[in-house]
Design a protein around this ligand. Sequence first.
Ligand code: DGL
Length: 265
Amino acid sequence: MAERSAPVGVMDSGVGGLSVLAEIQRLLPNESLLYVADCGHVPYGEKTPDYIRQRCRHIAGFFREQGAKAMVLACNTATVAAVADLRELYPDWPLVGMEPAVKPAAAATRSGVVGVLATTGTLQSAKFAALLDRFASDVRVVTQPCPGLVERIETGDLASPQLRQLLQGYVQPLLDAGCDTLILGCTHYPFLRPLLSGLVPAEVAIIDTGAAVARQLQRLLADRDLLCEGPPRGVGFWSSADPQALRDILPVLWQVDEKVLPLGV
Ligand code: DGL
């Protein structure tokens, strides 16, 4: 039986999940959080589902060794590849995955056209196709894989001219198609909101799922009487690549300089 004071493990292929971690910390400041950036294997977007499943199993095993009471896959690509596998492995362990916000976008669009920016892995998955079948039958969904964005964000680049040009090339076809609601279907992309706001007209709504994931975690923990009530706790950081590289960009993406430990591969 897990303890309320046990930590929650949060993972991503790299730094993208920090956008979700921030929402979790805002909603659940008393929780102790462990963050694993699988930077030695980023990007997941172009890897096979089997490869990603192995990585997620490894990281889930690490969280369990640390006594984590729950795990968050703060990564859309990891969720489509691995959430079912992890649920089968650990049926009683609260596990939160995430998916592009197709349902709220389909409800919100007035033009009837929704754009999705996500990784190739997410967009090509059967899980994403099922999501469209379920929630988007009345709207037109235009999808755009975005190779190269994650690699730039991983270096802490959120605003260079090259990044701006790459992003514009991905967004413009969606705007040309008449999209008024843009889904950020990868947890790295919320870090591009400032850049995006200069590329997208103000009337286009930009949505992501970080806050919804935090609420889902809160529900799962509350259902099991596992919410922590002590004083605010911190976050521990691990990276499967050079810990110093993650430490160098944390002040850009997380605002605080933190210690980062190496994750055994
Ligand atoms: N941040 C991840 C996602 O939400 C994946 C990025 C990648 O490694 O390609 O999809």
